[in-house]
Design a protein around this ligand. Structure first.
Ligand SMILES: Cc1cc2nc3c(=O)[nH]c(=O)nc-3n(C[C@H](O)[C@H](O)[C@H](O)COP(=O)(O)OP(=O)(O)OC[C@H]3O[C@@H](n4cnc5c(N)ncnc54)[C@H](O)[C@@H]3O)c2cc1C
Length: 394
């Protein structure tokens, strides 16, 4: 055995691509995950119970909630630094990264980008510290990939807005203090509009989705809005139409481009360590060429995904990234990460199916990541349209 085996990222000299600040942020988040997430997350996943409130406060102290936004108590880091934080959080569990993504890139980003000054000052500082939790309600029971068909309505009654409808699969839904809800207003009032809804408003209720076998360390809920009456200034004033929610999704997807690789890296390192210590036929299974082929292919897939993530991160920091480029990242990195987790599971044999090791948890979690923030198939169509100019959604 080589005296000093390299990690997959060392093989690619990934550190040489990062600034000192970026490495420091990455290492701080990695330590947090080692201390606060890894020891507990297997139990959270098994019981389906996440101490989300306590965790949100700790994540707030860590400074990762809305870390890439400017002002209002947010750190204003680079996109790459945010991506690296997502990667380390998802090396712990995709559910923890989901909590942070939904808080920072969906709920806080929507208010930050499209909110009034009052909405921003009321919610963003408390969301940055984790004192207030946010969720983002776009998907409906009958409209997932095609949110343009949404049935949730927003009508005017005097100065007030009144919201009616149902949202489905909403991360952080039942623990949220504030929900950013997208609803269909009459055409003359802008069509699809976003609303900042305090979750204690009469008529708002949230019910958790049960029996999940994926993202069990994450709260997923249905939101029911029945005559939810809001003041005139509850609407997000700076955006109308589907481009509002879609631009938030592009932000969150960027975090997934990096984040999914965290689950893959953790799976691969676990499989490498296991293969070196597990003996069959009187030798470590790492010594079999079939195992080495699996490890080599996975390390290259992971490293290539990281180079892609870094390239997209630098484009984003330069302010020139296009939404279809984020789709390239989600398309490639989530698919690769899911394949890596499945292959790593095989290396652990029977041990691979238990929560004693993180791999099957990552594998099951990545099934959700494959589906949310635009399914893999929808991103395929985004890339098909980018390449041909021909939309193929209908
Ligand atoms: C754990 C979890 C958390 C989530 N969190 C949130 C959240 O916080 N907020 C939120 O708003 N949403 C959230 N979602 C919803 C998620 O974004 C949707 O599940 C996703 O958009 C897919 O919608 P759907 O489940 O209705 O599937 P559908 O849209 O019904 O798709 C079913 C299948 O059909 C395929 N398909 C659909 N249209 C086409 C087409 N034109 N061509 C080819 N194939 C097609 C899809 O790719 C998929 O394979 C979450 C989902 C999950 C699982």
């Amino acid at each position: 055995m080589a005296a000093n085996p390299k990690t997959p990222f060392e093989l690619y000299a990934i550190d040489s691509l990062l600034s000192e600040d970026e490495r420091a942020i990455r290492d701080t988040v990695a330590r947090f995950v080692d201390d606060h997430i890894r020891p507990e997350v297997g139990d959270w996943f098994e019981t389906g119970q996440l101490p989300a409130r306590e965790l949100a406060l700790e994540l707030g102290k860590l400074g990762v909630l809305g870390m890439h936004l400017d002002g209002y108590g947010c750190a204003g880091t680079s996109a790459v630094a945010y991506g690296l934080a997502c990667l380390e959080l998802e090396a712990g569990d995709s559910g923890i990264r989901s909590l942070v993504s939904v808080q920072g890139s969906l709920a806080m980003f929507a208010i930050h980008a499209f909110g009034s000054e009052e909405q921003k000052s009321q919610w963003l500082p408390r969301m940055a510290t984790g004192d207030a939790i946010g969720c983002f309600g776009l998907t409906e029971p009958d409209f997932g990939s095609n949110p343009a068909g949404m049935r949730t309505t927003a009508r005017r009654d005097g100065d007030d807005w009144v919201l009616d409808g149902t949202k489905m699969w909403i991360t952080n839904g039942s623990i949220a203090d504030v929900a950013v809800v997208w609803a269909r207003a009459p055409k003359e009032l802008g069509g699809i509009r976003g609303f900042v809804v305090p979750t204690d408003t009469p008529g708002f209720s949230a019910h958790d989705v049960k029996k999940k076998l994926s993202l069990r360390a994450s709260v997923t809920s249905e939101l029911v809005l029945t005559g939810v009456r809001l003041p005139a200034d509850a609407v997000l004033p700076q955006v109308q139409g589907l481009k509002g929610p879609l631009s938030c999704l592009s932000e969150a997807r960027f975090g997934i481009v990096f984040g999914s690789l965290g689950a893959a890296r953790d799976s691969l390192q676990t499989a490498i360590d296991y293969s070196v210590s597990r003996e069959q036929f009187d030798r470590p299974i790492a010594g079999f060429q079939l195992t080495q082929r699996k490890l080599a292919e996975m390390a290259v897939s992971l490293g290539n995904g990281m180079l892609l993530a870094m390239h997209l991160g630098r484009l984003k920091d330069a302010g020139v990234i296009e939404p279809e480029q984020v789709s390239v990242g989600k398309f490639n990195n989530v698919k690769s990460s899911l394949e890596i987790a499945r292959e790593c599971r095989s290396i652990l044999g029977g041990n691979g199916i238990t929560l004693e090791y993180p791999i099957i948890r990552h594998m099951n979690n990545l099934e959700s990541v494959f589906t949310y923030e635009g399914t893999h198939e929808i991103h395929t169509l985004v890339l098909g349209e980018a390449l041909t100019g021909v939309p193929a959604y209908r």
